[in-house]
Design a protein around this ligand. Structure first.
Ligand SMILES: Cc1cc2nc3c(=O)[nH]c(=O)nc-3n(C[C@H](O)[C@H](O)[C@H](O)COP(=O)(O)O)c2cc1C
Length: 188
C-alpha cells in the first residue's frame, strides 16, 4: 500500500491552511488505494536550516532534522497543501523542504493551493520548480481554492462541492505515478 503524506505548509497562528489540509486528508482517507497521513510541519519545530553539511550527503546532526528525515523517508508520495506568500510558497515550507534531499528523491507530489485572485497557483508553480531539483515527479491535476468563493469571510473554509472531485482526480494521478516510482526505487 502506498504511503501518502498530506503536508500542511503554513505555520502561522490562525492559518487557513489547517482547515484545508484536514479536509484534503478527510477526502483522501475515504480511498482504499493508499494509506494517508496528515503531516503538519509546525509539529517538527524546525529552525531555519541549521545543518552544517549539505542535505544531499544525508548526514544529519540535529535531532529535529533526524526526526523530520525519518518521517519524510517513510512516504512514497506527497500532497502539499500550500498558501501563496508574495507569489511563492511560505518560507516555512521551503525551509522544511530544504532540510532533506534523498528522502524526497524519486517520489511523487500533488498540490492543493488556496489564495486570492490567482488561487495560490503561483505558489504551486514555484513548488513545481523546487520539486524538479529534488527529483520529485509532479502530477498535472491540482486543486486551486479561492479565498473568495471557497471560504466565508476569507477565513471559514467552505469548499465548493466540486472541489472534492478535483482532490480525487489529483490523488488518482499521485497514486498511479507513486506506484510507478516505487518500482524504480525498489530496483535501485
Ligand atoms: C506574508 C503573506 C503574503 C501573502 N501573499 C499573497 C500572495 O502573493 N497571493 C495571494 O493570493 N495571497 C497572498 N496572501 C494572502 C494569503 O493567501 C492568505 O492570508 C492565506 O490565508 C494564507 O494562508 P495561511 O492562512 O494558511 O497562512 C499573503 C499572506 C501573507 C501572510
Amino acid at each position: 500500500m502506498l504511503r501518502v503524506a498530506v503536508i500542511l505548509g503554513s505555520t502561522r497562528p490562525g492559518r487557513n491552511g489547517e482547515a484545508v489540509a484536514k479536509w484534503v486528508y478527510d477526502v483522501a482517507k475515504k480511498r482504499t488505494d493508499g494509506e494517508f497521513e496528515y503531516v503538519d510541519i509546525k509539529d517538527y519545530n524546525l529552525p531555519l536550516l541549521d545543518e552544517p553539511l549539505p542535505p544531499s550527503l544525508g548526514q544529519y546532526s540535529k535531532e529535529h532534522a533526524k526526526a523530520w528525515a525519518a518521517k519524510i523517508n517513510s512516504f512514497d508520495a506527497f500532497v502539499f497543501v500550500t498558501a501563496e506568500y508574495n507569489h511563492g510558497i511560505p518560507g516555512a515550507l521551503k525551509n522544511a523542504i530544504d532540510f532533506l534531499y534523498k528522502e524526497w528523491n524519486n517520489k511523487v507530489a500533488g498540490f492543493v493551493s488556496y489564495g486570492g485572485g490567482a488561487l495560490g497557483t503561483r505558489a504551486v508553480e514555484h513548488l513545481r520548480l523546487v520539486m524538479a531539483e529534488l527529483q520529485v515527479a509532479t502530477v498535472r491535476n491540482q486543486v486551486s481554492l479561492s479565498l473568495f468563493t471557497d471560504f466565508e469571510n476569507f477565513s471559514i473554509f467552505k469548499p465548493a462541492q466540486v472541489q472534492e472531485k478535483y482532490v480525487n482526480s489529483m490523488l488518482d494521478q499521485v497514486i498511479a505515478w507513486g506506484g510507478a516510482l516505487q518500482t524504480l526505487r525498489t530496483r535501485k
